[in-house]
Design a protein around this ligand. Structure first.
Ligand code: B12
Ligand code: SF4
Ligand code: SF4
Length: 388
């Protein structure tokens, strides 16, 4: 078994120069130097346990209509499907916790955006992993970067590479640093570890290792989506609900509150995250961080404007109507039925051609104590669907 950081060499063919295997220590230093907060290495064997979990969750209906890694679990749990002949994964975590930018007082009400989407976190993550991939390619190895794609279960890779453990909120807790991290991997044919069983990285800790008796994320979840420790019912998870096609289920609308993209509740309440913040205060906000969005402004924007402003978000079918749908629910939960801007936005949605948006606007109007907006309606407009 290779010792940590001692380079292994591939058996060279006599007619080509030997390819050097960069040491794990060197690759880790490269990744950390490029901005990663943690780097680990593991073998590229399939993630059989994760495949079984995905299949079981899907069979139990817990995945709802989600596709992503659930579409083809054989593929998403086998790094060899990304890079034939893959032997190792270099897994990186990039921290995204920053101070909240000062709110814009000029336009209220505002919808909340989850922290991982205040800006594009995957591009810096990918760039950092690219530095590792380039180093491997320089030595003649093949290397492919994947992060947040459908081809690899990022949390399982990070867990096996020893980056951390699974919290009861299902997220990967980076050892000593909490869960405010995005994850990605370099898949390579370089024999960095000699096989996962010989991985020199520290052994991964067990599930919920650091949670102890805490169950705060389970009880704080606004919709009860964490149905057991480490088990998520995506149909009720607001992070999925705001990304899913179709209408927002009536029984989940009030719980959405002012969220329009993502949900941070199960991370916000986590004592591990709070301790990590006390130990290392967050970095300052970055110019351009988009923590909130003017709801009325959003509802008044054209499709092109919405895609230009929020196109990096996951929007079903790239249809901006889903952003308007989310904004109408948030407006219904947090707006003021006597405010002229809010009423104007609701009137426009109620007079629009999109039946789904009319129905969400009707829900919002009633919730804001303005059933009159729904019942009167402009002449010539199709009746608004009756909602509970
Ligand atoms: C599908 C998906 C979702 C779905 C489903 C989430 C889920 N829990 O699976 C939805 C849309 C709901 C979602 C939401 C979010 N997501 Co998401 N999502 C993904 C995606 C694309 C695939 C996840 C996957 O394959 N899950 C597979 C299933 C089987 O995993 P699982 O249900 O968590 O099960 C594992 C654990 O439960 C654990 N386990 C098994 N038994 C037990 C027992 C116990 C007791 C415990 C504790 C654990 C445990 O092992 C299982 C297998 O690995 C990945 C990107 C990727 N390509 O991997 C990002 C990813 C998981 N998401 C991420 C983020 C940031 C989020 C959000 C925080 C975004 C937000 N703020 O709104 C929320 C968090 C919600 C939550 N509590 O999970 C990050 C997570 C980073 C981290 N530190 O863990 C990822 C890795 C993206 C990335 N590349 O950084 N996401
Ligand atoms: S992201 Fe929100 S809705 Fe989903 S499990 Fe966490 S707290 Fe619940
Ligand atoms: S809130 Fe508590 S139970 Fe949930 S992940 Fe954090 S420590 Fe674990």
């Amino acid at each position: 078994m290779p010792a940590w950081g001692v380079p292994l060499t591939d058996t060279p063919a006599t007619d080509r120069p030997a390819r050097r295997v960069p040491s794990i220590g060197e690759l880790r230093a490269l990744g950390m130097g490029a901005g990663l907060s943690a780097v680990g290495v593991t073998g590229a064997d399939p993630f059989d346990d994760t495949r079984r979990t995905i299949v079981d969750r899907r069979a139990a209906g817990l995945a709802g209509d989600m596709q992503f890694t659930y579409r083809d679990p054989e593929r998403s749990t086998d790094p060899g499907r990304i890079l034939p002949g893959a032997r190792s994964l270099v897994v990186g975590a990039l921290g995204y916790l920053r101070d909240r930018p000062d709110p814009d007082p000029s336009a209220v009400p505002r919808g909340q955006v989850a922290r991982y989407s205040w800006r594009d976190e995957y591009t810096p993550l990918r760039h950092a992993l690219d530095t590792v991939a380039v180093r491997l390619r320089d030595e003649g190895w093949r290397a492919t970067v994947v992060c947040d794609q459908n081809g690899l279960v990022d949390k399982a890779a990070a867990h096996r590479a020893g980056l951390g453990w699974f919290g009861k909120n299902t997220l990967l807790m980076v050892d000593g640093q909490g869960s405010w991290f995005v994850l990605g991997s370099v898949v390579t044919d370089a024999p960095l570890t000699g096989g996962s069983t010989e991985d020199p990285a520290p052994p991964p800790q067990g599930h919920a290792a650091g949670c102890g008796s805490c169950t705060r994320c389970l009880t704080a979840c606004p919709t009860g989506a964490l149905v057991a420790p480490g088990v998520l019912d995506a149909r009720r998870c607001l992070a999925w609900v705001v990304q899913a096609e179709g209408s927002i289920p009536l029984e989940l609308r009030a719980a959405m509150g002012d969220r329009i993209y993502g949900c941070d509740e199960c991370q916000q309440v986590c004592p591990i995250n709070r301790r990590a913040v006390r130990a290392r205060p967050p970095a300052p906000a970055v110019p351009g961080d988009q923590a909130t969005v003017d709801l009325v402004g959003l509802l008044g924007s054209t499709d092109e404007e919405l895609l230009a402003a929020h196109g990096r978000w996951y929007i079903p079918g790239r249809e901006p109507r889903y952003l308007r749908r989310n904004a109408l629910v948030a407006l219904g939960n947090t707006g003021d039925g006597a405010d002229g801007r809010t009423v104007g936005a609701l009137r426009r949605a109620l007079a629009g051609r999109d039946g789904m948006l009319r129905e969400h606007a009707a829900w919002a109007a009633r919730r804001l104590g303005r059933p009159d907006l729904v019942e009167v309606g402009p002449v010539g407009v199709a009746p608004v669907g009756v909602v509970a």
